[in-house]
Design a protein around this ligand. Structure first.
Ligand code: ACO
Length: 385
């Protein structure tokens, strides 16, 4: 049996602490250390206050914040590319309603790839990849909203070119023109979900294209990876926690019982952030604002003691998925669309990483430590038990 000393490296379960590549996209070490996040050198708190999702996506895909002219052109390209193929809408009508929304999104992006005018461009063509990434950003939101409408028994709505990326998605998903504060809060959540260094789905995307496969294959791999409840699926699970608790009166009892029975509480903890997720801190304020706007503070009252006790007793602060669960509920969105929303924001970050990987590629091929039996002769089939 192999030992670590015979392998060209050390075994790190879950790849914790392993540096697998360099990136100029996101810095999680930041200026203060743990709990800091920067997109291309800009602090997330600064971006959250000053830029729209369109500006954040431009920053991720093009490397710099846009000036007014660049933003207008980028925004106009996104708006003009929001339509999804009619063939995809036909297919969506036939997918069983029980299918998981992330599985449907995985299929949708695969179908969209067949209709991309540059589908056969060489995978390392940087300019073509950026153009494809812009189409992916524009169309993913439409595909997610179309499925939501069909699930609600309604016809998909055509994108509204007069609305921003965030406003248009809320309109297409709910059928209602959102208020200014709902649009602002949703846009903010997209900025915060847009990118996060080498999380599991981004890593899956980079591994996929490191074989010189194409950007869509990387995105589809990432969608499948994001689905899991330990990653993007946690925002849906966090909502289920709030529903299970049911009432503010039950929150204290529920959390003490959950902690005593060592329950994994979704929406808390993070592989990198040990003292707090800055995205959760930013969004918490908006949860309160929207709860006040719609006059429904039950969920804030349930969330508060859970957050306090998990942080105090387990030293596990909430991650970004804890506040988004409430935020999206206040916007009138159904739970099954929460993780697809994460994906429709993250396509910008995934694309940036895919492009960076393909610009300077080396095949990702780690090793495994073998733990099975050794030196076994193959017996003739009659002698095998
Ligand atoms: N609730 C209760 N206990 C927890 C939680 C939690 N949410 N998270 C970690 N722990 C405990 C584990 O039980 C374990 O305890 P033990 O050592 O006594 O067995 C210890 O903390 C370490 O847990 P790991 O899973 O090994 O830590 P890891 O760094 O791999 O976990 C993860 C990170 C997966 C995010 C974890 O905190 C978790 O499962 N959280 C809930 C799911 C979630 O919210 N995921 C979203 C992540 S953020 C994102 O993807 C955008």
């Amino acid at each position: 049996m192999s030992t670590d000393s015979e392998l060209p490296g050390t075994y790190y379960p879950g790849l914790e602490g392993v540096i697998s590549n360099e990136t100029a996209i996101t810095n999680l070490e930041g200026r203060k250390g743990d709990g800091d996040l920067e997109y291309r050198g800009y602090r997330i708190e600064d971006l959250a206050e000053h830029v729209s999702y369109e500006e954040a996506a431009y920053l991720l895909l093009h490397g710099e914040l846009p000036n007014a002219g660049q933003l207008a052109e980028f925004d106009s390209r996104l708006r003009s590319q929001r339509q999804i193929p009619g063939e995809l809408i036909d297919l969506l009508r036939h997918i069983p309603r029980e299918a998981h929304s992330m599985d449907v999104l995985r299929t949708s992006l695969s179908v969209i790839s067949h209709f991309d005018p540059e589908v056969n461009a060489i995978s390392t063509d940087h300019a073509a990849n950026v153009r494809k990434a812009e189409r992916i950003v524009a169309k993913t939101a439409t595909a997610v909203a179309a499925r939501e409408r069909l699930l609600a028994g309604q016809e998909p709505l055509a994108p509204d070119a007069s609305l921003s990326h965030a406003g248009n998605f809320l309109y297409m998903a709910t059928g209602k023109k959102p208020s200014a504060s709902m649009t602002r809060a949703f846009d903010l959540s997209l900025v915060l979900y847009a990118e996060h260094e080498l999380n599991a789905s981004t890593f899956a995307a980079r591994v996929t294209v490191s074989t010189l496969s194409d950007i869509y294959s990387g995105i589809v791999a990432a969608v499948g990876t994001l689905k899991g409840p330990l990653h993007g699926g946690a925002n849906e699970e966090a909502w289920k926690v709030l529903v299970e608790v049911g009432s503010p009166d039950n929150a204290e009892h529920w959390i003490q019982d959950a902690l005593a029975t060592k329950k994994r509480i979704m929406g808390f903890g993070h592989r990198v952030y040990k003292t707090g997720d800055p995205r959760a801190r930013i969004l918490k304020v908006w949860c309160r604002k929207l709860a006040d706007e719609i006059g429904e503070d039950k969920w804030e009252k349930i969330a508060e003691p859970i957050e306090r006790e998990v942080t105090a007793q387990k030293k596990l602060p909430p991650n970004v998925d804890w506040p988004t669960a409430r935020l999206y509920h206040y916007m009138g969105l159904e739970t099954d669309v929460y993780t697809p929303i994460f994906a429709l924001a993250r396509v910008a970050g995934w694309s940036a990483h895919i492009i960076e990987q393909l610009d300077s590629n080396r095949l990702m091929r780690p090793r495994a430590r073998y733990t099975g039996p050794a030196n076994r002769p193959v017996k003739p089939i009659q002698e095998r038990r």
